[in-house]
Write a protein that binds this ligand. Sequence first.
Ligand code: G6P
Ligand code: MG
Length: 212
Amino acid sequence: MKAFIFDLDGVLVFTDRFHYQAWKTIADRMGISFDESVNDRLRGISRAESLEIILEKYDKALLSDSEKRDLLEEKNQIYRKYLSGMTPEHVSPEVRETLLSLREAGFKLAVGSSSKNAIFILEQTGLMDIFDAIADGNHITRSKPDPEVFLKAAEYLGVEPADCMVVEDAYAGIEAARAAGMKTAGIGTASGDERADYKIQSFRELLKIAGI
Ligand code: G6P
Ligand code: MG
């Protein structure tokens, strides 16, 4: 193993809470039921595809394409308001120290996220300089479970997919990493994914996996 590729939302930072709150604001107003189980299905899924999932039980004929675009814009504005309150304090010492130890041990580190806000989050939390490469929602045409974002990250790193370990909280992310031919560590929600090579409860367990 030569590199680690990290999902961002729900792995490095808990912005998954902000996604939930932003979608919930919109769903509540529209009278659509939205809870943690729906939210878990949105992990790793692009903004536009997430809206389609939220609208599954809604009469979609009621919404024009431009109304959907407005909802996506509104969701992103609410979400970015939460993000603008983020600081380096929003990264746990455990996450920061583990990343630094992996780096020191010679592993390449990348972010592989479906989010178009990834750079903003990494800047807000002071994580930008830790990574050798960032592949995000702006570099891809298909979001997870498609492997595109992880293959891009490996390409940017100059590392073969088979030498990469993906760390994910999303079932869609585990699926994407496997499709890319990479090894997988499931954390959070994805620690319950049987397909993951490693199921971890805490971030620092990555050190053991890396043999440090
Ligand atoms: C991540 C999150 C998803 C989110 C997606 C797009 O993968 O897990 O819940 O929908 O990014 O995020 P964006 O910031 O572009 O709306
Ligand atoms: Mg995630």
